[in-house]
Design a protein around this ligand. Structure first.
Ligand SMILES: *Cc1c(COP(=O)(O)O)cnc(C)c1O
Length: 225
């Protein structure tokens, strides 16, 4: 299937999920994850109408960012090593993987723009997953006030791959509740409005549970080339 056909199917699923829970599909941002594919294919994704591109490794991110001269937002969705920050931070429009104070400190030092960031949370508690534990998040976000170049716009999580629907739902709704409690505080450095959750295999459920940003790779571009 072509990227256009895939996008058509995804858009339809988004509409159906929104309809089931009375949400407006315009609230959902699709981030096209191009880590599996070539620069050419990434351009195809953008030309199909995707205005947000996600990459999880620095090399791939920079390669595409520098070869594609199209008007899109660039999302960094993978683990970011502190020592790499200076090489990449100016090119990041949105960061989805803020998970430690030392990273915020380094970002704050290496850029003079404000980087809209999602705090990555390990809701499932799986040891293989990156991110803060749920009970660490509120304190962490308070601390972020000291780093004015980091603005907390939301929370992000990755759910385990082979989880059943009920467990996925509880992971996503947990993140939503946490987002709600932070948002209620009206912190100027952390408006925390958004939820980056849902990938190819679970985005419908994530949307039903409140996702605003879904990160879609395989369903959009096919598996690794
Ligand atoms: C690869 C990746 C995705 C997309 O995964 P698919 O299952 O291919 O849709 C989403 N988020 C992150 C952080 C990723 O690394």
């Amino acid at each position: 299937m072509t990227v256009e056909q895939n996008l058509h199917n995804i858009t339809q699923e988004i509409e159906e999920a929104c309809e089931r829970v009375n949400r407006d599909p315009n609230e959902i941002t699709i981030i096209g994850v191009t880590k599996y594919v070539t620069i050419e294919k990434a351009k195809e994704v953008i030309n199909a109408g995707i205005g947000n591109i996600g990459e999880n490794r620095m090399e791939g991110f920079l390669e595409k960012r520098h070869s594609i001269d199209l008007d899109v937002n660039w999302h960094f969705i993978g683990t970011l090593q502190s020592r790499k920050v200076k090489e990449v931070i100016q090119d990041i429009d949105f960061l989805h993987s803020l998970d430690r104070t030392s990273l915020a400190k380094e970002i704050n030092k290496r850029t003079n723009k404000v980087v809209p960031s999602f705090v990555q949370v390990n809701v499932s508690g799986e040891s293989s997953k990156h991110g803060l534990q749920v009970d660490e998040v509120e304190d962490f976000i308070q601390k972020m006030e000291s780093y004015p170049n980091v603005k907390i716009i939301g929370l992000m999580t990755m759910a385990p791959h082979d989880e059943d629907e009920e467990s996925l739902r509880s992971i996503f709704s947990r993140l939503r509740e946490l987002r709600d409690s932070i948002k209620e505080k009206n912190l100027s450095h952390a408006p925390c409005e958004f939820l980056s959750m849902g990938m190819s295999n679970d985005y419908s459920i994530a949307i039903e549970e409140g996702a605003t940003h879904i990160r879609i790779g395989t369903s959009l571009v096919g598996a690794k080339e």
